[in-house]
Design a protein around this ligand. Structure first.
Ligand code: GDP
Ligand code: IMO
Ligand code: MG
Length: 422
């Protein structure tokens, strides 16, 4: 069998969590392949709302196996909090949540370093989530990291060595801190991690595939935040793109089946960095209010703007998207006109290519389409789509060269329209 991949095509928060939950009944295993608690994946059903950070969004469906993959970074303290919150409604998760031994650990000093680096950047700060993601991945790449498997292999000694190194770095930056409580919480989190099955994720997944099981790989963040192909340096520190599912899970590229690319009917970004279609006016505020665009991890207001087909086309290409999924269609319900960015004008020259650097000289070129101006949240089938909405979908499909398989018309699991099956 093959592994299907679901990932974000913009700057994160596209609604990946909701869609993974909707698709979970079709799969045996759901595996997060990168990122850490910088993610916030929101799910709503039966009047309840949950936000997941490190745990895959398939966790609510009992008979499924969920895996925190090798390409992720895990903060034991936040993991413990996440588990405790979920177990109050779901009961014990130890039989259906496994963790890769090769996932890296986020140390409390990684969090301190994250904030110190941000402060040192001043105006140019990335606007990270402050969860220690960059420093944890830096230690991984520089071969200084601690892995989840170290819990079974001399963790305390390895922890002391790493923390001593971090302390030197913090001293050089004149950072004052008190580690005592942070360390206690961290080691309490390690005790929680010990209750779970630690696995060699590559072996387990490949043997499940040989046995005919189906796997959905869940991405975090979005393609434009990818460390290699995103809007560098305003990116996260992992490979958020489809290839990240191979390196993050130990799956061969030839195993990849469908690639589901999730995007919002408009565009948002949280933190710093370029955003050509950003709306700093009342329209942007309306989108923020209607879409409730506030970070699910940090609570920060998200920057909002029109859909950007230059950036989306680029993401579709990098990820090899086979099926598009459009979320938050309902948020645009009230607009008479909806703008679509089809090209950029850079120093007076028009281009449809995503540039090396997006500076202040990049101007979006828009096409205006008619809005549908009806409440989409109650729609139950494609037959009820207004003609303006169909025209919007067709316009996007033509520009991106891929069909939109799923349209989400509200945050609830039920507010989802699947347009076709193969
Ligand atoms: P993720 O990080 O990609 O999983 O996305 P987030 O959970 O951070 O942000 C998406 C937000 O939009 C969440 O609050 C969801 O409940 C909500 N959401 C998802 N799909 C829809 C939709 O179709 N319409 C509306 N109005 N909200 C949605
Ligand atoms: P989900 O999975 C939106 C952004 C941060 C910052 C940059 C780097 O919920 O879509 P980091 O803490 O990773 O070093 O921050 O990336 N960012 C996200 N933005 N959604 C996310 O995750 C994000 N995870 C990180 O705001 O700009
Ligand atoms: Mg999110």
């Amino acid at each position: 069998m093959s592994v299907d991949v679901l990932l974000g095509l913009q700057w994160g928060d596209e609604g990946k969590g909701k869609i993974v939950d909707v698709l979970t009944p079709r799969y045996d295993v759901i595996a997060r392949f990168q990122g850490g608690p910088n993610a916030g994946h929101t799910l709503k059903f039966e009047g309840k709302k949950f936000v997941l950070r490190s745990i895959p969004s398939g966790i609510f469906q009992k008979e499924k196996i969920n895996i925190i993959g090798s390409g992720t970074v895990v903060d034991p303290q936040l993991f413990k909090a996440e588990i405790e919150a979920l177990e109050t409604s779901l009961g014990s998760l130890t039989s259906r949540l496994y963790i890769s031994r090769k996932a890296h650990l986020i140390l409390p000093t990684h969090r301190l370093l994250d904030s110190a680096y941000e402060t040192s950047k001043g105006e140019d700060k990335i606007g990270t989530t402050g969860k220690g993601i960059g420093p944890a991945y830096t230690d991984k790449i520089s071969r200084n990291g601690l892995r989840v498997g170290d819990i079974e292999h001399g963790l305390v000694e390895k922890y002391r060595v790493a923390v001593a190194r971090h302390k030197t770095m913090l001293r050089q930056m004149n950072i004052n801190y008190d580690l005592e409580q942070l360390e206690k919480d961290w080691f309490a989190g390690i005790e929680t991690l010990k209750q779970f099955r630690l696995i060699d994720c590559e072996n387990l997944l490949n043997s499940e595939l040989r046995a005919g099981k189906t796997v959905l790989a869940e991405g975090a963040q979005g393609t434009l935040l990818d460390i290699d192909f995103g809007s560098y340096p305003f990116v996260t520190s992992s490979n958020t793109i489809c290839a990240g599912a191979c390196t993050g899970l130990g799956i061969a590229p030839s195993r990849i089946g469908k690639v589901y690319g999730v995007f919002k009917a408009y565009c948002t970004r949280v933190g710093g960095g370029p955003f050509p279609t950003e709306l700093l006016d009342v329209t942007g505020e309306i989108i923020r209010d209607r879409g409730f665009e506030y970070g699910s991890v940090t609570g920060r207001p998200r920057r909002c703007g029109w859909i950007d087909l230059v950036a989306l086309r680029y993401a579709v290409m990098i990820d090899g998207v086979t099926d598009l999924i459009m979320t938050k269609s309902d948020v645009l319900d009230m607009f008479e006109t909806i703008r679509v960015c089809v090209a950029y004008e850079i120093d007076g020259k028009k281009t449809e290519d995503f540039p090396y650097e997006i500076g202040g000289n990049v101007r979006p070129v828009y096409v205006d389409l008619a809005g549908w101006q009806i409440d989409m949240t109650k729609i139950q089938s494609e037959k009820e789509f207004p003609k303006e909405f169909n025209a919007y979908l067709s316009f996007l499909e033509k520009a991106l060269g891929v069909r939109v398989k799923i349209v989400s018309v509200g945050p609830d699991r039920e507010q989802t329209i699947i347009r076709y099956e193969e």
